[in-house]
Ligand binder design. Structure first.
Ligand SMILES: Cc1cc2nc3c(=O)[nH]c(=O)nc-3n(C[C@H](O)[C@H](O)[C@H](O)COP(=O)(O)OP(=O)(O)OC[C@H]3O[C@@H](n4cnc5c(N)ncnc54)[C@H](O)[C@@H]3O)c2cc1C
Length: 422
């Protein structure tokens, strides 16, 4: 069995795994990531809204501190890649939220009260003011709000830049190991093979070879719980929440279709349009808890119909792609992020060499910088105690029998319809 040795191996090279690998590499550690098809999971579909304010959902307020912290890290995270922000797909343009009818206006006004209650700036606009900013918005809208601090990034471009940056670290630091391993990981290697609570010493790959590592970060999204060698008692309650999303090209005579991200409510159902620098627009996204992983014709129809209520010129765009992927959801819609206790009872210490980073649900792109920073701090032994509430073992341990956010927002009678989509 061939064996390679690194300081940190990351299982899964979606946006989260790549962000963690890059941040660890910047700290001077030797790093490898393992993924048969990097950046083809949820990352491939994501719209890339960096929207802690407009994404604030009722009953998810506990996540707000994490999403705001991550949004604040984004400019430096992008700058660390050594390219212009636009080359990494980052745009610090604003978000405008709009309502179609009177009920949508009331929903957005109610949400604004919650947002303001958290000290978040959401500025009402007249429709005339909104159309002065974005002339192709429909004149028939019922309401509009300006959110200056919600931005966007193109996740595909960012993932590509992260991979290039890790390649660059490999050349600069003359790494002799393969840092981009195109295989599936099948299990964790432990110091004592029969003891899943013993130190994790590496990863076992599909071809039977191993990657020896001082630390293993499990960041393979929905598949995290399937990795061999995780403790039996550890529950990683991940569920696929499918989303359909559309990419459209704007013909020359309509460019720019939009400059801001537009998030709308149309008869209570959310829809968004995210303009990219390359003259395309991302239109999303449905949210399906059950059913098939394939694109839903009904979902696509609904997205196109609702988007035209907000921006009628959508009907003139060229359809270039329809994609469906699964968001890695958790019972409380918060990530599973941190170290894992070495047993279900108390007192327990953490399993050395193991970090889990999954369950990022609707926010994985937004949360990548904070996930990467938190993992680095865990590696350094300087973790921020505020994020202990997102520990991956919170659904497994007696102390966590009442998880921090034990409610399921989708099932709450008080949850407005906008939680039905991103
Ligand atoms: C339609 C849609 C729109 C979205 N919009 C937004 C948005 O606007 N803003 C936002 O912040 N988030 C958004 N999200 C959510 C975001 O996409 C996810 O939270 C994020 O991509 C999660 O990243 P990840 O790296 O954890 O997982 P993924 O991107 O799914 O990556 C997991 C990786 O693990 C690999 N893998 C799986 N099993 C193994 C194995 N055994 N060994 C090795 N590798 C393995 C896969 O190949 C994959 O590359 C959206 C999601 C969807 C579906």
């Amino acid at each position: 069995m061939a064996e390679r040795g690194v300081d940190v191996v990351v299982v899964g090279a979606g946006i989260v795994g790549l962000g963690i690998a890059w941040t660890a590499a910047q700290s001077g550690r030797t790093v490898a990531f393992v993924d048969p098809k990097p950046a083809t999971g949820a990352t491939y579909a994501a719209a890339g809204m960096l929207a802690p304010v407009s994404e604030l959902h009722y009953q998810e307020e506990d996540l707000l501190e994490l999403t705001l912290a991550s949004a604040a890290l984004y400019p430096a995270f992008v700058e660390s890649l050594g390219v212009r922000p636009a080359e990494a797909g980052y745009r610090s343009t604003r978000t405008i939220t709009v309502g179609a009818d009177a009920a949508d206006r009331r929903s957005l006004a109610d949400l604004r009260e919650v947002q303001r209650g958290h000290g978040l700036a959401v500025e009402p606009l007249t429709i005339r003011e909104a159309r002065a900013m974005e002339p192709l918005l429909s004149p028939q809208l019922s309401s509009a709000f300006n959110i200056e601090r919600d931005h966007q990034v193109d996740p595909r471009r960012l993932a590509a830049r992260l991979q290039s940056a890790i390649d660059g670290a490999s050349s600069r630091n003359r790494w002799t190991h393969d840092h981009a391993i195109r295989q599936s990981a099948v299990g964790l290697r432990h110091e004592r093979p029969a003891d899943a609570a013993s130190r994790v010493t590496g990863v076992i790959l599909a071809d039977g070879s191993t990657v020896a590592a001082g630390e293993v970060v499990v960041a393979n999204g929905l598949a995290a719980g399937q990795l061999g060698g995780l403790p039996d008692w550890l529950a990683l309650p991940l569920r696929p929440v499918y989303g359909d999303i559309i990419r459209l090209r704007v013909p020359g005579h309509l460019r720019p279709l939009l400059t801001a991200t537009i998030r709308g409510l149309v008869r209570g159902v959310p829809v968004y349009l995210v303009p990219r620098d390359d003259g395309t627009v991302v239109l999303g996204a449905t949210q399906r808890e059950h059913g098939s992983a394939a694109v839903s014709a009904g979902g696509v129809h609904q997205l196109l119909r609702d988007a035209q209520v907000l921006v009628p010129a959508v009907a003139e765009l060229e359809l270039i792609e329809v994609t469906a992927r699964a968001r890695p959801g958790t019972p409380d819609n918060a990530p599973l992020l941190g170290r894992v206790a070495d047993g279900p009872g108390q007192p327990a210490s953490d399993i050395p060499g193991l970090i889990i980073a999954t369950g990022f649900f609707r926010h994985g792109v937004l949360l990548t910088p904070i996930a990467a920073q938190h993992c680095l701090h865990l590696l350094d032994g300087t973790a921020d105690g505020r994020w202990a509430r997102f520990r991956p073992d919170r659904f497994s341990r007696p102390m966590a029998s009442e998880p921090p956010f034990s409610r399921t927002p989708q099932s709450s009678p008080h949850t407005p319809k906008e939680s039905a989509r991103d």
